[in-house]
Each structure stands twice: as structure tokens, then as C-alpha cells.
Design a protein around this ligand. Structure first.
Ligand code: PMP
Ligand code: GLN
Length: 383
């Protein structure tokens, strides 16, 4: 194994899902929904296959999909992109982020990650020959938030880029406008590239909305905004993602992407275009439904004895295991499928410094109500 990959063991999501399968556990670990997306979108994909949309699509993505992504961002955020040069379709958000690192980070460059981080970020930095600098998010008032002083302290002369994920996996935090403004200020003052992972952009609850970092002053020209259809339309297995930004940055991502996968998901691209364009009711309905599921799972975890942190967006709730007499989240999660028949994800494996989150584990609420209820019923046996 190359030295670039050696520090990384297998992904925690695959490990816990395999444990869940072996123990027939209720999988509240890996974040994927257990119901299908809009029927019209599924039919559109079937039609595309039947009609012969089965060969390589254009390198930057089907024009129809790039146009639909541009229209969504203009309508939702007032951001205008030229679909020819400023929007690139990728194999999920994962490829967009990896290709951005490979296309823009020089060996020796530093990249700032907030932790806990999504598990592919440190690997993407390492594959690009970069060095990560991590900044812990801090729990205050029952929610995870930005530690602006720690962020400033992590940035130095070799810092090239910062990755911002909001709404945030695994914490469920949605950064406030004040927090985003602070991140934007740090990026501007230090001439950083911002790579924003916005795959949960439509999953923000309690009447709040998603605010892209690219909308802050001086940020559009230095931001690559990444998103994906997986979480918005319940198709995590389709792996249709995209990245939007200024032409020279998008060109660098494309330069890497063309030799990684070239293209992907031909028949799914028109289907996602259809969903963005035509399925107008889907996203508000999904948001309402997931907010109810969040509330259901939060109440259930509370009744089972966990202390639950705020979930402002995403699929995820973080729970403190100490009230149940446990102290180590990784140990807890590796034993949970066998002990209780439930799967969850420990936060500490998503950090360089595990200590601040050792007692926290992540549960996913993007499951049918009866699945959530069965998971909660089983968790009650722990207490
Ligand atoms: N970023 C975050 C924060 C995620 O939670 C995920 C997983 N859904 C991804 C990226 C990967 O997205 P995709 O499946 O589109 O590659
Ligand atoms: N994004 C999902 C999660 O955080 C899973 C992604 C994966 O399995 N790689 O649970």
C-alpha cells in the first residue's frame, strides 16, 4: 500500500454496515434512505436506458443536467453560473472533492478540515500530497459550532484550501450566518480556496435555509461548491454529483476528473435533471418528512437514556453515551450490533484528536418510521 493510503484503514461506514448485516441489526449507522426518490425521476432513468442513453456522456456532463443545476442555484441562491465553463458533473460529491484536491493542491500545501470530518476528506488531501490541519468544532449550548480562534490558528503561510461542510455530517450542525461570515473572512484574508460540501443543502430544518459560502463577499471567485443528487432525491447509489465555481477552478477539477473516471452515470444524468426541474414539491416534502423523523429519533434516543445534541440539518443526530454508563464511542459502536441489534457510527474515528468526541455516536434518522421505532425499542434494552 502506498504511503499516501497507509494511514487510512477501511471506511467506518463499510465496517459498521458489515457488522450490522452479520447481526441483522437495524442500521442507523450508514446514512442512506430506505425509501425511493420521486417516481417521475425513476421513470425518467428507465426511459433513458430504454431510449439508448447508455454510452459516454459529454465530459463536463449532459448539457440538460448542467442547465438544471444552474437554474436551481440561480433560483435558490441567486448565484449565476455559465453551464459551459462553471458547472461540472462528477461521480458523486466524493469525486468532486478528490478531483478538486488533485487538481489544485500542490505537494506540501496545507488544507484545513473542520473535525469531526467526512471520512473521504483526509484521504483526498493525502492522495494529493497535501497536509491536513484540523480544527475541532466545539459543543456549546447543545450544538456543534465553529471555534473561530482555532480556525485562525490553523491557517498559515502554506495553507492553500479549506473544506467547509454545511449542513455538517456527522454532527448535524448547520453553521450560522455569523459562523459562515467568519469562515469567509479567514478565506479572504489568507487568500484560501474554499471547497464547500453542500450535499445536505436541502435538508435544513426548523424553517432555516441553506446559505452557500459562495454568496459571501469575495467568496464566489475562490469557492468550489460541491453537491450531489444522492441526499436530495434518495438516490445515494446513483453517484451523480457536481461542482460549481469560477471557470479556472472548475477547469482544474475537470483536468483531474477526466483521468479518474472521465464520465459516469449516463442514464441517471437526465433523470436528475428532470428531478431538479420538474419535481418541485419533492424537496419541501422531503424536508418536512425528515424533520419529523429527526424529532421521532431524538425523542426515542432521549427515552432510551441518551443525551442528544441539536440536529439542525442532515440525516444525523449525535448522542452522548455516558448517561448509559459507556465512555468510548468506538467500542460502543463495534459492540452495539451484537449487543442490541442496532448500528451507529462513532465520531472519534472522524477526528485527528478523538478526545473531545469520544463519548459521542451518530444515529441516522433517514429511515422508515417503523425502522426508527424498532431501533429505539432495541436501544431501550441497553439501559
Ligand atoms: N459529503 C458528505 C458530507 C456526505 O455525507 C457524503 C455521503 N453521502 C458525501 C460527501 C458523498 O456524496 P456522494 O455519494 O455524492 O459521493
Ligand atoms: N455519507 C454516508 C454517511 O455518512 C455514507 C457514505 C459512505 O458509506 N461512504 O453515513
Amino acid at each position: 500500500l502506498s504511503s499516501r493510503l497507509r494511514p487510512f484503514t477501511s471506511t467506518i461506514f463499510a465496517e459498521i454496515t458489515e457488522l450490522a448485516r452479520r447481526n441483522e441489526a437495524v442500521n442507523l449507522g450508514q446514512g442512506f434512505p430506505d425509501t425511493d426518490g420521486p417516481a417521475g425521476m425513476l421513470r425518467s432513468a428507465e426511459r433513458a436506458i430504454a431510449d439508448g442513453t447508455n454510452q459516454y456522456p459529454p465530459g463536463p456532463g449532459e448539457p440538460e443536467l448542467r442547465a438544471a443545476i444552474g437554474a436551481q442555484r440561480a433560483a435558490d441562491y441567486g448565484i449565476e453560473h455559465d453551464p459551459e465553463t462553471e458547472i461540472l458533473v462528477t461521480v458523486g460529491a466524493t469525486e468532486a472533492i478528490s478531483a478538486a484536491m488533485l487538481g489544485l493542491v500542490e505537494p506540501g500545501d496545507e488544507v484545513v478540515l473542520l473535525e469531526p470530518y467526512y471520512d473521504s476528506y483526509p484521504v483526498a488531501v493525502s492522495l494529493a500530497g497535501g497536509t491536513r490541519r484540523t480544527v475541532p468544532l466545539r459543543v456549546s449550548g447543545g450544538r456543534f459550532g465553529l471555534d473561530a480562534a482555532a480556525l485562525r490558528a490553523a491557517v498559515g503561510p502554506n495553507t492553500r484550501a479549506l473544506v467547509l461542510n454545511s449542513p455538517h455530517n456527522p454532527t448535524g450542525a448547520v453553521f450560522t450566518e455569523a459562523e459562515l461570515a467568519e469562515v469567509a473572512r479567514v478565506c479572504r484574508e489568507n487568500d484560501l480556496l474554499a471547497i464547500t460540501d453542500e450535499v445536505y443543502e436541502h435538508l435544513v430544518y426548523d424553517g432555516r435555509g441553506h446559505v452557500p459560502l459562495a454568496t459571501f463577499p469575495g467568496m464566489a471567485e475562490r469557492t468550489l461548491s460541491v453537491s450531489s443528487a444522492g441526499k436530495s432525491f434518495n438516490v445515494t447509489g446513483w453517484k451523480i454529483g457536481w461542482v460549481c465555481g469560477p471557470p479556472e477552478l472548475v477547469a482544474a477539477v475537470r483536468a483531474a476528473k477526466q483521468f479518474m473516471t472521465f464520465v459516469g452515470g449516463a442514464p441517471f444524468q437526465p433523470a436528475v435533471a428532470h428531478a431538479l426541474r420538474e419535481e418541485r414539491d419533492w424537496l419541501p416534502e422531503l424536508r418536512t418528512e425528515l424533520q419529523q423523523k429527526r424529532d421521532r429519533l431524538r425523542a426515542g434516543l432521549g427515552s432510551a437514556g441518551f443525551d442528544v445534541l441539536a440536529c439542525e440539518g442532515t440525516y444525523f443526530l449525535c448522542a452522548d453515551i455516558r448517561p448509559l454508563g459507556y465512555t468510548d464511542g468506538a467500542e460502543f459502536c463495534r459492540g452495539l450490533p451484537e449487543r442490541a441489534g442496532v448500528a451507529a457510527i462513532p465520531l472519534q474515528v472522524l477526528c485527528d484528536d478523538p478526545e473531545p468526541v469520544r463519548h459521542l455516536v451518530r444515529f441516522a434518522c433517514c429511515k422508515r418510521d417503523e425502522v426508527i421505532d424498532e431501533g429505539v425499542r432495541r436501544l431501550h434494552k441497553l439501559g
